[in-house]
Design a protein around this ligand. Sequence first.
Ligand SMILES: NC(=O)c1ccc[n+]([C@@H]2O[C@H](COP(=O)([O-])OP(=O)(O)OC[C@H]3O[C@@H](n4cnc5c(N)ncnc54)[C@H](OP(=O)(O)O)[C@@H]3O)[C@@H](O)[C@H]2O)c1
Length: 303
Amino acid sequence: MKRVLVCGSNGLLGQRLAFILDGESEYEVLHTSHHRSFVNKQELVDYTQLDISNRGDVKSLISSFRPDIVLNAAAMTNVDLCEREREQAWKMNVTGVEHLVEVCRRINAKLIHVSTDYVFDGKFGNYAEGDRANPVNYYGKTKLAGENVIISSGIDHAILRTILVYGIGINVKNNFALWVINNLNEGIQIQCVDDQISNPTHVHDLAMAMKNIMESDVNGMFHISGPETISRYDFAIRAADIFGYDKSLILKIKTPDLRQRATRPMNTSFNINKAKTQLHYTPMTITQGLIMMQHDLTGIHLN
Ligand SMILES: NC(=O)c1ccc[n+]([C@@H]2O[C@H](COP(=O)([O-])OP(=O)(O)OC[C@H]3O[C@@H](n4cnc5c(N)ncnc54)[C@H](OP(=O)(O)O)[C@@H]3O)[C@@H](O)[C@H]2O)c1
């Protein structure tokens, strides 16, 4: 039986990993995150508190659990907060990864890590794995530095870069789709940019790709996103369509109107051919993803 350690289990991706790994008899899974307890108290999962930025705690937990595989879903993901609290962002997204790498090397474990489209400057779009990274904000810089720590370490690893992850989780940070749905549901007018273009990714596809990589023994970098390239404005309109909300509540704006602290890359769409070929990755369309979200929200369907 393989031992799997998950970091960041209270987040959107971490919770989905807990859901899909639950009941898998070939794995012994230990879920960990910042908080003292797992957010979903109904879930019968093994959970331990672990701050990956604490070297001593990472060393002692991993040395005692001795995982074969570490799935890292932990990160500081608030882009504007990373811009403001740079030291903290580096500590979470780079130093934390260094700690995981150090211990994985010692016990010969594989590290499967998640990175972002924000490593690119967004000038071109259709980015493939080998394209040149050039982050335009501090979050992107930390995530690129985290990737480089792993790649240069020589440990057994895979890195999944992903984009605008959406889906349902308990007490998770507002993801874009959830923010749209919650506001429209309350009849609140929202402003969405039509000049930021990417491939929204349902969290279930990302978690399944991680599991697939864990089982298929592949290494290296993979671009894992949804199949459709769309602006945030059009994505919001699609969400309103599926959920039956009033589309006139969605106002079209441009990125400078938002006056965000961190610069945003404009077109970070991915070329996912490598994942399709090597992992047989077949992500949901946006319509399928939003329907899954609707079912998850009503508790009818969660797989
Ligand atoms: N969401 C997106 O749109 C998106 C897009 C591209 C890439 N990604 C990447 O995908 C991965 C998963 O993101 P997500 O959407 O699931 O993010 P999330 O919902 O913000 O979850 C991240 C989790 O990591 C935990 N965490 C933060 N620092 C930690 C630390 N030092 N030790 C242990 N746990 C820590 C957080 O706990 P606290 O809440 O307690 O801090 C949170 O539960 C991240 O690597 C992110 O960079 C996400």
